[in-house]
Design a protein around this ligand. Structure first.
Ligand SMILES: Nc1nc2c(ncn2[C@@H]2O[C@H](COP(=O)(O)OP(=O)(O)O)[C@@H](O)[C@H]2O)c(=O)[nH]1
Ligand SMILES: [Mg+2]
Length: 463
């Protein structure tokens, strides 16, 4: 796993910008850049103090031709992102100068970095733990300020501290049990047994509390997957456009206009909504629209929240009943659209049919904008029932962490049974090791190459 070569990558996004950065990390970074850099007063990088910037040019050493005018920053080990020698070359922000500079550093002995390899090195070299490395990516990808806040808290070690504290308590318990094993003549006293049992219960409660945060906190990391569904022409695309305040989806009076699922991000009081406009649900022959309907049904399956729309300007149709059928058992908000037009709805339909199938029902006009603010508030309240109380503490947003905590909890429960059933202390000690390891996976105290690859392959090259 340990690598001592020097890696390089373009760390800024593809495209034109004021500046673009080529970054290197590894013991030879400074020497490599030295070979292609020249300063007007012939200053060298090796004499440059750490964390200082120097002006100069990148030159092709074989032709002595200037490639770009740059600023170079040197950050010496261990005071850098990776804890290795890091050099950042600020080039002009175009793909050609950046690529040319990258080519030169590769030619002089650097290796092209893999996705996330800078952050992986920061982890391997002990600057951050695994949950913090994951938070780097969450921070980059955060869609709202609240998502950002949760990511930066994790990056600063909020979750790590919590997990480490729980692991310390488990380690102490293990040591306690193992001490009894070493002195077999000593029977484990009832008082001590009770104390151990209490500690285990307490750890179990803390794990449970963490697990409970996942259901809602994950929405901030992944976005709340919301599907807008309904029969054709009720105003699904109009609602998407109205919520986004732009003409994203095509709206026409022709039923069947939307044929594919359109996905956009929307920020509701800091909650990122991954909102999907779908094809209208109806029985069709057209092969493209049929596929659209299949995708609509699929999106209902996957959604965290369904917004089912009905058109009050027309009488309730069979296709509307079908929509009601499909959203049964889902977390759903019912929206009755076109309230600016005279209603053709039978009140009985609303009370007998619709009311039973959703947590709330709202009248709106997508084209006029009536009821949209209330809709947003309802979405927030419905999906974040427990959020306000919990937002102060540590939360988990990542499925990997959730699984590890669930596994830790399961093995802790086994250990509790072993204690209650007076099983041999060796077994108890063994059962207690497991939750320690499972929690260790979160911070990376226990890890495998496979886990690392899965995490860092999600990163972009250069991070
Ligand atoms: N009067 C009125 N017309 C609407 C409203 N919402 C949508 N429409 C119209 O209904 C038609 C179908 O809208 P569209 O958003 O394409 O429906 P979709 O098939 O469900 O996506 C269009 O002509 C819209 O202008 C509304 O709130 N009031
Ligand atoms: Mg549409």
């Amino acid at each position: 796993m340990f690598t001592d070569d020097t890696i390089a990558a373009i760390s800024t996004p593809v495209g034109e910008g004021g500046i673009g950065i080529v970054r290197l990390s590894g013991k030879d970074s400074i020497e490599i850049v030295e070979k292609i850099f020249s300063s007007p007063k012939n200053k060298t990088l090796k004499d440059l103090k750490s964390h200082r910037v120097i002006y100069g040019h990148i030159k092709n050493p074989s032709t002595i031709k200037e490639v770009d005018e740059v600023l170079v920053t040197v950050m010496r080990s261990p005071y850098s992102y990776t804890k290795e020698n890091v050099v950042e070359i600020n080039c002009h922000g175009g793909m050609i100068p950046l690529r040319k500079t990258l080519e030169l550093v590769l030619k002089e002995g650097a290796r092209l970095a893999e996705p996330g390899e800078f952050t992986k090195r920061a982890f391997i070299n002990g600057r951050i733990d695994l949950s913090q490395a994951e938070a780097v990516l969450d921070l980059i990808r955060s869609k709202t300020d609240e998502s950002r806040r949760i990511a930066i808290e994790q990056l600063q070690g909020g979750l790590s501290e919590k997990i480490t504290a729980l692991r310390d308590r488990l380690t102490e318990l293990c040591a306690h049990v193992e001490a009894y094993i070493d002195f077999p003549e000593d029977e484990i006293e009832t008082a001590s047994k009770e104390e151990m049992s209490e500690t285990m219960k307490d750890i179990d409660r803390e794990l449970q509390a963490l697990l409970k945060t996942y259901d809602e906190a994950r929405f901030f990391r992944e976005g709340l997957l919301t599907a807008i569904v309904g029969r054709p022409n009720v105003g699904k695309s109009s609602l998407l456009n109205a919520l986004l305040k732009k003409d994203r989806a095509i709206v026409t009076e022709v039923p069947g206009t939307t044929r594919d699922v359109i996905e956009e991000y929307l920020n509701i009081n800091g909650l990122p909504l991954r909102i999907m406009d779908t094809a209208g649900i109806r029985a069709v022959q057209d092969i493209v629209e049929k596929e659209g309907v299949r995708r609509s049904l699929q999106s209902i399956e996957n959604a965290d929240l369904v917004i089912a729309i009905f058109d009050s300007s027309e009488p309730f149709k069979d296709e509307d009943f079908e929509v009601i059928e499909k959203i049964k058992g889902k977390n759903a908000i019912i929206v009755i659209n076109k309230c600016d037009l005279p209603s053709a709805f039978d009140e009985d339909i609303i009370t007998s049919c619709i009311m039973n199938h959703a947590s709330c029902i709202l009248n709106i006009s997508a084209t006029r904008g009536d009821g949209l603010e209330e809709l947003k508030d309802r979405i927030f309240d419905l999906c974040l029932k427990d959020w306000r109380e919990e937002r102060e503490g540590v939360v988990i947003t990542n499925l990997r962490h959730k699984t590890a905590i669930e596994n830790a909890k399961a093995s802790l429960n086994k250990a509790m049974s072993a204690l209650i059933d007076n099983q041999p202390l060796e077994i108890l000690a063994l059962e207690l090791r497991d939750p320690l390891d499972r929690l260790g996976e979160i911070v990376g105290a226990v890890t495998t190459e496979d886990i690392l690859n899965r995490i860092f392959n999600d990163f972009c090259i250069g991070k």
